[in-house]
Design a protein around this ligand. Structure first.
Ligand code: 0X9
Ligand code: ZN
Length: 412
């Protein structure tokens, strides 16, 4: 009997979390009282967009995932409080299941690496090795660090010769934002066929938060943070985008280890974050641009996010944001918004974009990829290809920005 109970407990712990019957609702609070009511759910519901309750504001929509067992009561409470809402995703598990196409049905299943599907950490890691083998003169694989759970964090450097100005592109800071690593992979493939490598060296980290990403494949699809675990806390993980040395522990980040925006026991406590920061510091003289990919919301954000204070080179940052806005719109009319993080999305200290900028990288951007909330984190695989195409267009603006900077051109 004891053994049976133990077995059940272990299998429960190992079981993959499911989201059957959970819904994503978009709430429309119009008064401060309504905002406070929604914020009060901090520990009970999953805030998708904005990512955490203190950023809920009057007259701006809020996407939240409500578990099946809470739904009836939650909807009644919203109605009683006069908060309008609509059901964005009727069944989160169905959306997750539909996100991934049956592999055998996929038209590209048998032709080389398939960039139009979501891959696991192991697949992505092997792909980095294959890329180096396949393009030995162009691609170099390195490992910038080791995660909390001991995984390698691989990086691909694409270059045609040494001593070119460089840019750093990373993906997968937040685990559940799967479209981000998917973009980094097709970006590398598109770079290989492009002329830009004659002018720039481009470093690409396809997944920063490797443990978190693996966890979203094995256990909890909606995991966001790292997977570190420290004595004295029952909760796992630190928000890697609150853990950087940029106004660390300031507004929009939490001291609570169980919070989705926990800033961690100290700055760069997370080995994944330290690996990226160390790379930026070590290459600060060559790095002209840094672009970090998140999801979702369709935004081009630039410093600052840890303060509402204006960045010294705001006009220059804004110049490429406007150009990028136009570029990303061209192929499929996808609408982005752009601006400083603090005023465009929310105040949030400890982010990698602000860190890179203050460390001396002149152009620094966070891109929130598709969509605007129709599928949110469960963006279907059929959207990977259009995201790759329109976002490469956006990146061509960033390449131009890095080249301009290298040539001492400061456009405003
Ligand atoms: O909150 C974040 O970290 C990012 N949004 S997300 O929904 N992907 O979590 C926005 C980051 C903007 N930049 C900084 N806060 N520095
Ligand atoms: Zn993110």
């Amino acid at each position: 009997m004891k053994l049976f109970v133990l077995f059940s407990l272990v299998s429960l712990a190992l079981a993959k979390k499911t989201f059957f019957g959970d819904q994503v609702l978009t709430l429309y609070p119009t008064t401060q009282d309504q905002v406070e009511l929604i914020r009060g759910y901090e520990d009970e519901i999953d805030f998708w967009n904005p990512g955490y309750p203190s950023q809920v504001h009057e007259n701006s929509p809020v996407d939240v995932r409500i578990e099946k067992f809470q739904l009836m009561k939650f909807k009644r409470t919203m109605k009683d409080a006069g908060i309008n809402f609509e059901v964005k995703i009727g069944d989160v598990q169905m959306a997750i299941d539909e996100q991934v196409e049956p592999r055998s049905n996929h038209p590209k299943a048998l032709i080389g690496y398939n960039y139009d599907v979501y891959h696991t950490y192991d697949q992505i890691n092997s792909w980095t090795m294959d890329m180096e083998q396949q393009y030995p003169t162009l691609v170099t694989r390195s490992v910038i660090g080791t995660s909390w759970e001991g995984r390698d964090i691989p990086m691909l450097t694409l270059k045609t010769s040494d001593s070119k100005p460089a840019m750093l592109v990373d993906c997968g800071f937040h685990a559940r934002e799967w479209i981000s690593p998917a973009f980094c992979q097709c970006y590398v493939q598109q770079l290989i066929d492009s002329e830009i490598l004659n002018d720039l060296t481009i470093h690409v980290i396809p997944v920063v938060n490797v443990d978190g990403y693996e966890y979203t494949h094995t256990t909890d699809r909606m995991w966001r943070k790292t997977r570190s675990k420290r004595a004295g806390s029952i909760c796992y993980g630190v928000d890697p985008n609150r853990n950087c040395d940029a106004g660390w522990s300031g507004p929009g980040s939490s001291s609570k280890p169980c919070s989705e925006t926990y800033y961690g026991p100290e700055k760069e406590s997370e080995p994944e974050v330290k690996a990226v920061a160390d790379f930026i510091r070590a290459n600060i003289n060559s790095l002209k641009a840094y672009v970090t990919f998140h999801a979702y919301g369709q935004m081009i954000l630039y410093p600052y996010s840890y303060t509402e204070g204006v960045a010294a080179t705001k006009d220059n940052l804004d110049y490429y944001a406007v150009a990028a806005y136009n570029a990303v719109k061209t192929p499929y009319n996808t609408n982005y918004i752009y601006g400083p993080g603090a005023t465009t999305i929310y105040l949030a200290a400890g982010g990698s974009d602000d860190f890179a900028y203050d460390a001396g990288v002149p152009l620094s951007y966070t891109i929130e990829l598709r969509d605007e909330g129709r599928y949110g984190f469960a963006l279907p695989e059929r959207q990977i290809e259009p995201v790759c195409i329109e976002t490469f267009n956006l990146m061509e603006v960033m390449h131009q920005g890095a080249r301009d900077r290298a040539n001492g051109i400061i456009l405003e």
